[in-house]
Design a protein around this ligand. Structure first.
Ligand code: MLT
Length: 390
């Protein structure tokens, strides 16, 4: 037996596991302290009532012999796939076949699993900083990585590559930077991929947070993208499904990868829970849509509160306008991890150190607007009182 040496050699622990660990150590030493969690992007508003009702009905169906269901389809129920096309794509001028949409147990799993479609010798480009799963899964497979620095100097927009890469992970609205790409900027990536026969894995888990009407929500709004892009989305951040689990991945037939992904899923995935899929379907009813809009508006307003509050405390902040994340430069003299530790020990606030998202994240931390509004206000108050910048 030989181990996967690529996995064996991975450094340290997963970013969010390390944050949970440091937070738990601090909490154990200070049991009476109320820690404010503005770290991981985990939603905090309960499931909307129309979704709860749909899930209750689904459980009830499973409780009776006449309506019981066992294994579902590995690629998801047609009523949910059609609702996705009708609501998320057709209104944006994107036409998809129903068998190009695959229901998943969330974006995170598919973003990792998709790497199985490609040979180990492919080169992978990841934005730097980026959601760590892109880099981690590529390293686990032994692939070479090209980092695309996104820094204050380039306005956090990566330069287009001059060399050949095979797989490109893009995420817009961006996690962790909280910024978006214009239609023209996104088109440049699609053109690059067409010219270089590369594939783009497009993480658009945060598309519902876009407020600027000129910004594309789907990569398929760009001509030619169906030839070169897979798009991954989630119900986690909109419908409150971080614990429920449901998302979807679009693999257009024009990429030549649709049949392979179907083959992979049928072998390795037994389908998303019927209850989760009925809940996700309810997010497309008129009442469901209203509830989701209210959820998203709440988080958007919280992001604005954080942006304004941090600016008033003289922090340099970015993002947060079309995304639920705020990218914040740490005060002079700190690294992103040392500021994380300082914020935890002096204000009992958890953020996410920028360096955990890649080398160019050093010198920054990320604040998540998925936390309760009152916690964000209290966090700003604690930061003001302790005057961390002095
Ligand atoms: C994050 O905090 O970056 C993400 O929300 C974590 C995730 O979606 O897995």
């Amino acid at each position: 037996m030989q181990l996967n040496t690529h996995l064996q050699q991975m450094n340290g622990s997963y970013l969010f596991t390390e944050i949970v660990h440091r937070t738990e150590v601090y909490q154990a030493a200070h049991p009476d302290t109320r820690i404010l969690r503005l770290g991981v992007g985990d939603v905090t508003r309960p499931l909307p009532q129309p979704i709860v009702d749909a899930m209750h009905r689904a459980v009830e169906e499973l409780a009776h012999r006449e309506t019981f269901r066992g294994y579902g389809l590995e690629w998801g129920y047609p009523w949910l796939r059609q609702a996705i096309i009708d609501n998320d794509y057709t209104p944006r001028g994107v036409s998809l076949d129903i068998d190009e949409v695959f229901i998943s147990d969330g974006a995170g799993s598919d973003l990792g699993n998709l790497s199985e479609l490609f040979d180990a010798h492919n080169t992978v480009a990841v934005l730097d900083p980026a959601y760590p799963a892109y880099e981690d899964t590529s390293l686990m497979a032994g692939r070479a990585i090209v980092y695309l620095p996104c820094t204050a100097e380039n306005g956090f927009v990566a330069q287009l590559l001059e060399t050949q890469v095979d797989i490109i992970y893009l995420c817009y609205p961006n996690n962790p930077l909280g910024i978006v790409l214009s239609r023209e900027q996104l088109k440049q990536w699609v053109d690059y991929a067409r010219e270089h026969q590369s594939i783009i894995i497009y993480d658009s888990a945060y598309e519902a947070f876009i407020t600027d009407p000129t910004i594309p929500h789907s990569i398929y709004e760009i001509d030619g993208a169906k030839e070169v892009a897979i798009e991954v989305r989630s119900f986690s951040k909109t419908a409150g499904f971080t614990g429920v689990r449901c998302g979807y991945t679009v693999v257009p037939k024009l990429t030549g990868l649709n049949a392979m992904w179907l083959r992979r899923q049928c072998t390795k995935y037994n389908g998303t829970s019927y209850i989760s899929q009925r809940g996700a379907e309810a997010s497309y009813t008129p009442e469901g849509k209203d509830a989701l809009r209210a959820n998203i508006a709440y988080y958007q307003q919280t992001a604005q509160v954080l942006l304004d509050g941090l600016r008033a405390l003289d922090y340099e902040v970015f993002g947060g306008q079309n995304a639920p994340y705020i990218w914040c430069r740490v005060p002079q003299g700190y690294s992103s991890w040392s500021f994380f530790d300082h914020l935890l020990s002096t204000c009992q606030i958890v953020c996410t150190p920028g360096a955990g998202f890649g080398p160019s994240g050093e010198g920054y931390v990320r604040f998540s607007a998925f936390s309760p509004r009152e916690d964000c206000l209290e966090a700003l108050e604690r930061m003001k009182t302790k005057n961390l910048k002095s």
